[in-house]
Design a protein around this ligand. Sequence first.
Ligand SMILES: C[S@@+](CC[C@H](N)C(=O)[O-])C[C@H]1O[C@@H](n2cnc3c(N)ncnc32)[C@H](O)[C@@H]1O
Length: 310
Amino acid sequence: MEFKHLSVMLDECIEGLNLKPNGTYFDGTLGGGGHSLKILEKITPDGFLFATDLDDEAISFATERLSKYKNSFKAVKSNFKNFKSVAESLNVNEIDGAILDLGVSSYQLDNKERGFSYMAKETLLDMRMDGKSSFSAYDVVNSYEEKQLKFILSAYGEERFAGNIARNIVETRKIKPIKTTGELVEICEKSIPNKFKKDGHPAKRTFQAIRIEVNGELTGLDTVLRDIVDKLKSGGRLAVITFHSLEDRIVKTVFKDLSSGCNCDKRFPCVCGKKEVVKEVNKKPITASENELSINSRAKCAKLRIIEKL
Ligand SMILES: C[S@@+](CC[C@H](N)C(=O)[O-])C[C@H]1O[C@@H](n2cnc3c(N)ncnc32)[C@H](O)[C@@H]1O
């Protein structure tokens, strides 16, 4: 299958990063290499970009796509949460900027084999970004206790019928394991009352929740944002694109915290010693233009937040 992915808010990200021709940059979510390509066009021949992705297919596709820049580019198969150790392994001490375009690529969603899509009926429950990981959607659906299932569906999918779906998953797997995306879709359909089925596809929120759990998408996001900021040079920028409210809330909270100073009672001398480390480049998140939305509906929920190191 062809690797197809339209980069979201490409121009806004490139402008927001304020790229320096000889700078060092990090792209934590390489995907199809769309953002990386634009960065390389601006920073080469003197700059350097290193990138991570969990997905072998993304790494090989993007490495090939960016081969023209091979002297200025290094792709590492790794979780971006290992940013610090990846940077260290490449002898990078400081960076001029970084980008994280969170979640899955269109290629991952559209490739039926990967099991991310509720539209693909007879696909094995998988949803791993890293095909070599031993933990998949099958394990979540077939081994989590009802209470755990209800929790992740509610916390990561904001699914109001999490209880019904969790109960029906447990009932169904008593008879035989739930193996395919189609079986899971059927369970969601029967767990949601008809009058609520107009709030998007009945399996949409469940698939999002299970995908987040399988790939640990929210775990450690807070820490890596701080790790990246730690390594940013003064004036360096971090741009993050999120696709749902849960990840956006984490990014927003960390950015607020890093951009605010002492919060002691102003009537007394400061005892906390907290200082602003960054400034928010955009107070409100940037969203995709009408023009972009007309060609890429996946940009609809995207929010871009950018900070600059002081
Ligand atoms: C939205 S796509 C990025 C697309 C890319 N910016 C482009 O323009 O082509 C997200 C990519 O990040 C990867 N990814 C998601 N979470 C990751 C993580 N924690 N560590 C490394 N890669 C991750 C996914 O495998 C996917 O390829």
